[in-house]
Design a protein around this ligand. Structure first.
Ligand SMILES: [Cu+2]
Length: 293
């Protein structure tokens, strides 16, 4: 009996020691700090199995973490920290690499919000890089000696240096990268922002008497997409027309609302892109332009 108890005590001590060792290993692998921008410059991995291999060796087993909400696998390097940069709607990955390698990371919607088309913008040490994206999985190839991967999403702010974080050595590159990301975002927004299909144009109040020019219609320049409709709505106290052409050259015959009485409306649909000047037959000082894109 005594022998069994003794064995039980030894087993328990060994089990607890093993659990402590395992927990220590997990803490090393969990590299996401709980606060944004808080990163530890270089962790030593001396107590983990990963560090017993030359860090960055291509032969080394890929370093993988799924212990937090951002899963990743890295080959050819090691990740020192992953943190969310909420100010810039970005994820910052600090890493070490002695060889060319690859990072595969799964982003979550609360880690960084993608652009409207679901994509991201990635820089390595301040330079924009190409990457492969399948769903929320980004595969990013990096060169030897890469230190920082930034994954930017939509809506970050590039308003001055981010003094709340980091290594100031590459602040200017960081700024350049953010400006580039800014431009990419603007381009995407511009591509997404097509002219509206419908715009309402009203004569300005009192336009029945001279003095409102050059903006007697509001908006005096209206832009719609091809196939869209401008609706002339008379909110003034006098009847007006919107007649394509000009007071100087007369109607060009493309459209004519004829007299629109008070509170009445007249829609004009335009299929072909171009600029369509128009004027009021009753009050020749009134003119405007419809731009069809
Ligand atoms: Cu008029």
């Amino acid at each position: 009996m005594a022998g069994v108890d003794k064995f039980g005590v030894i087993f328990t001590i060994a089990f607890v020691a093993a659990m402590i060792a395992i927990m220590g290993g997990f803490l090393q692998v969990d590299t996401t700090p709980s606060t944004p921008n808080a990163y530890t410059p270089t962790q030593t991995y001396s107590s983990t199995p990963i560090a017993t291999q030359p860090s960055g060796s291509p032969q080394a087993a890929p370093q993988t973490s799924d212990s937090d909400n951002m899963k990743y696998t890295i080959r050819g390097g090691i990740v020192n920290s992953i943190s969310q940069d909420e100010k810039h709607n970005a994820v910052k990955i600090m890493m070490e690499s002695k060889f060319d390698g690859q990072l595969i990371i799964t982003l979550t919607s609360d880690s960084v919000t993608p652009f409207d088309d679901g994509t991201y913008f990635v820089t390595i040490d301040g330079e924009e890089v190409e990457f492969t994206q399948v769903g929320n999985n980004l595969t990013i190839d990096f060169m030897a000696n890469s230190k920082k991967i930034m994954i930017y999403g939509d809506g970050y702010k590039s308003d001055g240096p981010d003094t709340s974080s980091m290594d100031h050595s590459d602040d200017s590159k960081e700024q350049e990268a953010m400006m580039a990301a800014d431009k990419a975002a603007a381009d995407k927004a511009a591509a997404a922002a097509k002219a509206p299909m419908a715009v309402t144009i009203e004569p300005v109040a009192g336009s029945g008497a001279p003095g409102c020019e050059p903006k007697c219609y509001s908006p005096s320049i209206a832009t719609i997409s091809a196939g869209g409709t401008v609706t002339f709505k008379n909110t003034d106290t006098a009847p007006h027309t919107a007649t394509s052409g000009s007071a100087a050259d007369g109607p060009d015959g493309i459209f004519d609302t004829s007299l629109i009485m008070i509170n009445a409306s007249y829609p004009v649909t335009l299929s072909d892109s171009g600029n369509y000047p128009y004027f009021c037959m009753v009050h020749p000082w009134m003119d405007g332009t419809v731009i069809v894109e």
